[in-house]
Design a binder for this molecule. Structure first.
Ligand SMILES: Cc1cc2nc3c(=O)[nH]c(=O)nc-3n(C[C@H](O)[C@H](O)[C@H](O)COP(=O)(O)O)c2cc1C
Length: 378
């Protein structure tokens, strides 16, 4: 597409925390599920209970984190921990979390084949009103086959999943923006007299996120979404920088759009680097639930196209450590340097997680966050 890059529709409207001018935006990841992001048998990993998930949302809100990103998950990954098996449904979670926070962007994650677009548009609108315009919709096409089958549905092939997601999002956007009733007779959905009132608070509609890593997924995010998430297939800074730039360039060059590009990282902090590395060894290598991690990566490898096959095995320990995120391991100063590196490679924001989520995030707020601000990242 020629001409100057246009801003995407949702980006053109200010006021959403996701589009503030902080250098590196921050968020939390998977605070609605047992285990959070750490596939480990250590004590202190996140429990799926309301006081725990609420505590994490409030800590994030106190630090003005821009994103609270739950995971849409219907089944666990087995192993001794049945990692992520217990957890809160993300739309109802987002509604209650919105009522309990003041400043953070609140996401909900929809599995396209499991939620009808009318229902999703209406739930999203409700959350946008509860949060006073802080809602973000995360679209997931459904790579974890057992949970799609649990709904009595056959998993579509990869290409069709994104075609369905395209039709789905088109309908949600229409419901969010059009006043008159409309009919729709598509490949995946039929609607008679479709209508949704009130409209969301954020205009023209809430920001849309997607984290597809496949070629089709990247095009989907670049064409239709406002925020894309990169899963890095290597932690080499030059490679990471290239992956971020490629996403941005794809949106600009093919679709004339500007998108925000985020990723995610896990923090293991201690007084000394050695202590942090020793703790990493303990919770990943000694106490990691490698069976659950293998189950997760086997199904991801078979059903998603996010990571090249040769990248999966070396990344396994990072999945155990923090869902495959970028490692930030060391002293508080090293964590801040790591965050600065994420900004330097071109990311707009990063989700964070801690193996002992609550304890780790409380320490981050107390001793690390002031240094993040001092470093000019916030
Ligand atoms: C930050 C982030 C959040 C994600 N949230 C979910 C989720 O809630 N549920 C889910 O099934 N997949 C989730 N995913 C997986 C991706 O959305 C995507 O579906 C997967 O990578 C497969 O897409 P692909 O085949 O296009 O790479 C998430 C990924 C990332 C990086």
């Amino acid at each position: 597409m020629s001409g100057a890059a246009k801003r995407s529709d949702a980006l053109s409207v200010s006021g959403h925390p996701l589009f503030n001018d902080r250098k590196l935006k921050l968020g939390t990841f998977s605070t609605n599920l047992s285990g959070g992001c750490a596939i480990s048998k250590i004590d202190g990993v996140l429990k799926a209970d309301w006081p725990s998930t609420l505590r994490l949302a409030q800590l994030a809100d106190q630090m003005d984190f821009e994103a609270l990103v739950p995971v849409g998950r219907w089944k666990g990954f087995g192993g001794e921990t049945n990692f992520n098996g217990a957890g809160f449904e993300s739309f109802s979670w987002a509604s209650a979390i919105s009522a309990s926070t003041k400043s953070s962007g609140v996401f909900a994650t929809t599995h396209v084949p499991t939620i009808h677009p009318i229902f999703a548009a209406k739930m999203g609108t409700t959350i946008d009103h509860v949060s006073n315009g802080r809602f973000v919709m995360n679209i997931v096409t459904g790579w974890f086959k057992p949970e799609i089958e649990m709904f009595g549905r056959a998993q579509l092939d990869h290409g069709d999943r994104y075609k369905m997601a395209e039709e789905w999002l088109h309908l949600v956007k229409r419901l969010w923006t059009e006043d008159a009733e409309f009919d729709h007779d598509g490949k995946f959905f039929q609607i008679k007299g479709g209508w949704c009132q009130p409209k969301p608070i954020h205009k023209p509609y809430p920001p849309i996120m997607n984290a597809g890593g496949s070629e089709t997924g990247r095009h989907y995010a670049a064409k239709h979404c406002d925020v894309a998430f990169v899963v890095f297939n290597s932690h080499d800074p030059d490679q990471m920088r290239k992956q971020v730039a490629a996403y941005r360039d794809l949106a600009r060059e093919e679709y004339g759009r500007e998108i925000k590009v985020w990723s995610y990282a896990y923090c293991v902090q201690a007084e000394t680097e050695k202590e942090a590395r020793d703790f990493y060894k303990y919770y990943v290598h000694e106490k990691g639930d490698w069976v659950a991690a293998s189950n997760l990566l086997d199904t991801l490898g078979l059903n998603a196209q996010t990571l090249p096959p040769e990248a999966i095995e070396p990344l396994k320990e990072h999945f155990i450590a923090g869902w495959g995120g970028v490692p930030l391991v060391g002293t508080k100063e090293q964590i801040v340097d790591g965050l600065k590196n994420l900004s330097d490679i071109g990311l707009d924001g990063s989700l964070l997680s801690w193996p002992r989520y609550i304890e780790g995030m409380e320490e981050f707020q107390r001793v690390t966050y002031p240094l993040v601000v001092q470093a000019g990242l916030r």
